[in-house]
Design a protein around this ligand. Structure first.
Ligand code: SF4
Length: 361
């Protein structure tokens, strides 16, 4: 088993710097990174290292989601059809395989979820503890729809995230501004979800960094469930009514997209939300997305996924049962997908990145 790839996969520094600069100038990067991190010398690090300096990790510890959001392909996904839970052995191997990337992960984020609901995993808090043990300076991000925020779960969240030095972000998916919009979009019980969230917000008392996320308008602005202003007003009224201070609470009214046009079902008109081909990618139309060399995505069965858009597993990549992550980054499979994403080599007319309206995730 080789420890390091034989040669760097990257092209010239000039080409990489250009792609990186284009991405730094993008809307996604501005939203995801405070201005002070824009000058992070990623090119210099890439130059001295033979493997990508990944910083963001997504691991699907189990496959289930209890919501059915209209703009999410979960209901028709590969993992909904092939449910399962990551074995303890594979979880330990994943942590072991990530060890060489500790420097980057400690500057980035670890997300113990991928295209599902993390709080349905009874072992999630043990896993979070292990993540902090292995990567003490990483930021732990959880994204939940809030329906399983029982008193016990809320207490566990507060205990683990309010511990000194445990950097974290708790993202709440709450897509609606009343019972009708919420239940139409998410197919969850509104009263139950809202009650749980209010209990969380009251109990947290500003000790957790919470982002309330509502996706009400399509990325291209052509379809609206609710506006950004309506979403902010909605939460401000709730917080005021319950006497909850906004300390550490961010109201994030954002746009939804079609997960690279992977919505195929007709339920509630989901397939009409697709936006189709977004761009050309190829030797004449170079492209860059950080999901290819700053992120890694691992499914419950060990399969590596290109990114959080690939709900159907349409991009075939190796499995961690067959190789280490270091070996993956040295493999022809990684070289090929890197070149397809960045346009160094041609790809099929319907290649997923050509359909993606949210590069970066
Ligand atoms: S599908 Fe989108 S997010 Fe995923 S790698 Fe391609 S451009 Fe990036």
């Amino acid at each position: 088993m080789s420890k390091h790839p034989k040669k760097p996969f990257l092209e010239s520094d000039e080409e990489f710097a250009l792609r990186l600069q284009m991405f730094h100038d993008s809307e996604w990067f501005s939203r995801a990174h405070p201005p002070s991190t824009k000058s992070t010398p990623v090119v210099a690090r890439e130059k001295s290292l033979p493997v990508p300096m990944i910083r963001y990790i997504q691991v699907q510890t189990h496959s289930r989601c209890n919501a059915d959001c209209i703009f999410c392909p979960y209901a028709e996904s590969w993992h909904a059809e092939h449910p399962g839970r990551m074995s303890d052995t594979l979880w330990q191997k994943t942590l072991h395989d990530l060890a060489p990337f500790a420097q980057g992960i400690n500057q980035g984020k670890f997300l113990p979820y991928l295209m599902q609901e993390p709080l349905l995993d009874p072992s999630i808090f043990d896993k979070i503890e292990e993540i902090y043990t292995h990567f003490p300076n990483t930021c732990l991000e959880l994204s939940t729809n809030g329906t399983v925020l029982t008193t016990k779960v809320v207490d566990q969240l507060i205990k683990i995230f309010s511990a000194p030095h445990h950097k974290h972000q708790l993202w709440i998916s709450h897509h609606g501004i009343n019972q009708d919009t919420f239940e139409h979009i998410m197919k969850l019980d509104y009263q139950h979800a809202l009650h749980n969230l209010i209990e969380l917000l009251k109990k947290a008392k500003g000790r957790l960094r919470i982002r309330l996320r509502g996706f009400g308008t399509r990325r291209d602005g052509k379809h609206v469930f609710f506006t950004s202003q309506q979403y902010r007003n909605y939460w401000q009224q709730i917080l005021e009514h319950h006497g909850i201070a906004e300390d550490n609470i961010q109201i994030d009214a954002y746009t939804y997209h079609d997960r690279a046009a992977t919505l195929t079902r007709s339920d509630r008109g989901a397939n009409q939300l697709n936006m189709s081909i977004m761009r050309k990618i190829g030797p004449q139309n170079r492209f860059y997305c950080p999901r290819i060399d700053l992120w890694i995505h691992i499914m419950w069965d060990g399969q590596i996924r290109l990114c959080c858009m690939d709900y159907h597993g349409e991009v075939p990549l190796p499995n961690l049962h067959d190789m280490s992550l270091l070996e993956y980054f040295a493999s022809p499979a990684y070289q090929q997908i890197y070149e397809m994403v960045t346009g160094k080599q041609n790809s099929d007319a319907h290649f997923i990145c050509k359909r993606c309206s949210s590069p970066g995730g």
